[in-house]
Design a protein around this ligand. Structure first.
Ligand code: CUA
Length: 361
């Protein structure tokens, strides 16, 4: 019995679809998805993977089939039949890719919106500073008519970044005076890249804000609520985190592959990114912008942990930063009177300052 070609086409179509659907979701090309946003991005990636697998199999399948079926037989020296043009086929192979591309673009806009890429409040919330309006010729009138008043809130992120630049050693290494963007840049605001809140979280402020500064070749994290500064970022699981980032020298990029999010850190501007980590683990923040010879080494550990573990870590960091302060005082005994110098020790030993005074006499 000869199977008609339409049945063959149908069977091949079903097999191709099943294989594409399976492989598109089991390709194993992506690292762990550790944030709510990652799931959405992976959905888009998998959809594209399904389509690409299908197209790959059709194209390669036809190619291999034709190469075998229509190969030159021994003794056959004739030319092939002159095939020229096929309007319906050409319409079909133009229409199908067009539909696929439009479909993917609509889907990707949808994902970008869901992760907060079109947060309409973001630009309003980044106020134009006084400094900026002074620097921009013709902007003064616009600034006075603006109903958003200039921000007077201290911006810890920029402050930390400026502090680091004032350290002469750091500034010398980074050629601070040769970076014009840094010198004239406004503290916050203007049009900064933002991945804001997702529409479903509109109106909610993030549970935790972390300031991140990128510099050649390290990341510095500051927790504004507690004021601690660290070289590794800890976040509690299941709470939305907002990262406010800036850079001290050149453009860096905040990229955590497991969160599937990436954002530029730009000198003199504050860019933002929001996400909700949802899987415990140790990840890495990788700089994703070529920023100099040691760009490849610019990494920092990221720890997603339970709320209790996070609170404990935060406390330890606070204690550690206090201890550092005490040590700094003890290292300068020349400036202290004997009483002041001995105070921490005598207190531990249960000796009153008056007693010490007596002995001295
Ligand atoms: Cu910083 Cu690459």
């Amino acid at each position: 019995m000869k199977i008609p070609s339409s049945i063959w086409t149908l069977l091949i179509g079903i097999v191709l679809t099943l294989v594409s659907l399976w492989y598109g979701q089991n390709h194993g090309l992506l690292p762990t998805a550790a944030s709510d946003e990652a799931v959405l991005v992976d959905g888009l990636f998998n959809a594209m993977m399904i389509i690409s697998t299908g197209i790959f199999l059709i194209v390669e399948g036809v190619l291999i089939y034709a190469a075998i079926k229509y190969r030159r037989r021994p003794g056959d020296d004739k030319d092939g039949p002159p095939v020229e043009g096929n309007v319906p086929l050409e319409i079909l192979w133009t229409a199908i890719p067009a539909i696929i591309v439009i479909g993917i673009s609509v889907y990707s806009f949808e994902v970008y919106n869901d992760i907060g890429g079109f947060d309409p409040h973001a630009i309003h919330e980044a106020p134009i500073t006084q400094n900026m309006s002074m620097n921009m010729p013709g902007a003064a009138i616009a600034a006075t008519l603006n109903d958003t008043p200039p921000s007077t809130e201290p911006n810890l992120n920029q402050q930390k970044s400026d502090e680091a630049m004032q350290d002469p050693a750091t500034a010398a290494v980074r050629n601070a005076d040769q970076i014009p963007q840094k010198q004239n840049a406004p503290g916050v605001g203007v049009v900064s890249p933002t991945i804001g809140r997702s529409p479903e979280k509109a109106g909610q402020s993030p549970a935790l804000a972390i300031n991140v500064t990128g510099l050649q070749y390290a990341w510095i994290f500051t927790y504004p609520e507690t004021g601690i500064t660290t070289g590794e970022m800890h976040v509690p699981i299941g709470r939305e985190v907002q990262i406010n980032m800036t850079a001290n020298d050149v453009i860096h990029a905040f990229w955590v592959p497991e969160f599937r999010l990436k954002q530029d850190a730009i000198p003199g501007r504050q860019s933002e990114i929001r996400f909700t980590p949802n899987k415990e683990g140790d990840y890495a923040l990788i700089c994703a912008e070529l920023c100099g010879p040691y760009h490849g080494a610019m990494r920092a550990p990221i720890v997603v942990e339970k709320q209790e573990a996070f609170d404990k870590w935060l406390q330890e960091q606070q204690v550690a930063s206090r201890e550092t302060l005490n040590q700094a005082v003890a290292l300068n005994p020349a400036d202290l009177s004997p009483n002041e110098f001995l105070a921490p020790y005598t207190k531990d030993m249960g000796i009153q300052p008056e007693m010490l005074h007596q002995i001295h006499k």
